[in-house]
Design a binder for this molecule. Sequence first.
Ligand SMILES: NC(=O)c1ccc[n+]([C@@H]2O[C@H](COP(=O)([O-])OP(=O)(O)OC[C@H]3O[C@@H](n4cnc5c(N)ncnc54)[C@H](O)[C@@H]3O)[C@@H](O)[C@H]2O)c1
Length: 266
Amino acid sequence: MAEREIWSVEKIRNLFDLTGKTAIVTGGSGAFGHDAAKGLAAYGANVVVTSRRAEKIEAAAADIAGATGAKVKAVSCDVIDPDSVEAMVQETVTEFGGVDILVTAAGEADRHPAEEFPIDAWQKVMDSLVKGTYLCCQSAGRQMIKQGGGKIITVGSVRGELGHPGGYSAYGTAKGAVHLLTKQLSTEWAKYHINVNSIAPCIFWTPLTQQVIEDPELKKIFLSRIPWGRVADPQDFIGAVVFLASAASDFVTGEIMAVDGGSTAG
Ligand SMILES: NC(=O)c1ccc[n+]([C@@H]2O[C@H](COP(=O)([O-])OP(=O)(O)OC[C@H]3O[C@@H](n4cnc5c(N)ncnc54)[C@H](O)[C@@H]3O)[C@@H](O)[C@H]2O)c1
């Protein structure tokens, strides 16, 4: 049996340190993406924030760099366009020398009764969440394979585990696919030392949940299902993102980590 390495206390204290690592956060101007990027930057990572609109990600990058002192670059990218995704990953490699961490927080939502869901609207949700997540994982994953490892964190949802009467036949289906994609990639890429995990949040208030915010009855139903008694705040996800991006989670892969105030516990 190989000799067991006994970790020094210094190594244990530094388990969450991301100094010298490079992270890509898609949807980096959105609520989840912005705070995820800020968390990674606060622990020492260089960060590329991406989204479609240059002015929004440039503002997010300036805000995060100003708050943390980290190197933060804004790169425009449409996650459903393979060439755009590949160009964004290559720009990251050129700027920072590699990609160690990917967080896939870009996406759109829509709700309609299943019997009426326009198929184009259904496909749009599937594309942004499933195809977009896959393309980013594939492109960053190729780079991580070359580098000998990396950390991928997809963004799932409570809706990927549980049905809901509120018109989630696109969003819930897409998130279920993101969860299984996470598990699939974790098994395929373990041999390359790439950890692939997902964070599955409960609801929080963003442009993505505008339709729920505007419906007081639905809002009440959502709140009644969260034992913690409140919706999430995007800052609630920072700890999980840093954990899954760092050496602290080196033996954790294929995990769908609920950060949901207990929504899926009972
Ligand atoms: N808000 C919630 O209640 C909730 C709950 C569970 C999971 N999530 C998930 O968290 C993630 C982030 O959501 P959010 O609430 O922060 O939403 P948000 O609307 O604040 O951010 C989403 C971001 O994705 C970007 N985006 C959308 N399509 C894109 C594309 N094709 N290419 C590039 N960028 C694109 C948007 O421009 C925006 O910056 C999503 O995957 C969402 O499904 C959100």
